[in-house]
Design a protein around this ligand. Structure first.
Ligand SMILES: Nc1nc2c(ncn2[C@@H]2O[C@H](COP(=O)(O)OP(=O)(O)OP(=O)(O)O)[C@@H](O)[C@H]2O)c(=O)[nH]1
Ligand SMILES: [Zn+2]
Length: 189
């Protein structure tokens, strides 16, 4: 359960700590807005949805080649600084006995984006959920993202990105499968 009052009080204290006046006109409703914003950005923490439920509609299909869903845009929050990291996810799987609706893969990405995150964990969670629920012959997830905590503050390297990869099953064990996936996500489409 989200405690809006606690989030509001907390943000008001942050403003005071900065030396701002939380009662001036422009800021008076800001703690409330910020609480609402975090509730929206952190829906994963509300516990209202289970990740497994996203993939519950499955279609039994005899399709045994790679399915690639590239270029899924996402925005998440770095748990170290609470600043956004944004970029693209590329997801692929080789079905076992079933496939899922196309929209469900971006829904999985979106689900895991809605927690205080680090990119490595988010990458692994996406792959592990698909592996667990669909039991495919393999899953591959690549995330490429730019972290605002690195571009806007700190080391200040605009344009710097991080690429993380999680390979399971055939993508891990079979070099040709992995090479096909990598060449197709990075090839001009
Ligand atoms: N591996 C990883 N690191 C991240 C991610 N998001 C942010 N970071 C890093 O987390 C680290 C936290 O380091 P600290 O030294 O505790 O924090 P800091 O003093 O604010 O570090 P600087 O960013 O170097 O100023 C930083 O190096 C960030 O760049 C992520 O998704 N994965
Ligand atoms: Zn950060």
């Amino acid at each position: 359960m989200m405690d809006f009052k606690k989030m509001e009080d907390g943000f008001r204290m942050i403003l005071e700590g900065m030396g701002e006046d939380p009662n001036r006109e422009g800021l008076i409703d800001t703690p409330k807005r910020v609480a609402k914003m975090y509730a929206e950005l952190m829906t994963g923490l509300s516990g209202e949805m289970k990740a497994e439920d996203i993939l519950k509609t499955r279609f039994h299909e005899k399709y045994d080649e790679m399915i690639i869903v590239p270029d899924i845009e996402f925005a998440s929050m770095c748990e170290h600084h609470f600043l956004p990291f944004t970029g693209k996810a590329h997801v692929a799987y080789i079905p076992g006995d079933c496939v899922v609706g196309l929209s469900k893969i971006p829904r999985v990405v979106e689900f895991y984006a809605r927690f205080p995150q680090i990119q490595e964990r988010m990458t692994r969670q996406i792959a592990e959920l698909i592996q667990k629920v669909l039991q495919p012959k393999g899953v591959a997830v690549v995330l490429e993202a730019s972290h605002m905590c690195m571009t806007m503050r700190g080391v200040k390297k605009p344009g710097a990105t991080m690429v993380t990869t999680q390979l399971l099953g055939r993508f891990k064990t079979d070099e040709k499968t992995r090479a096909e996936f990598m060449s197709r996500i990075y090839a001009p489409r």
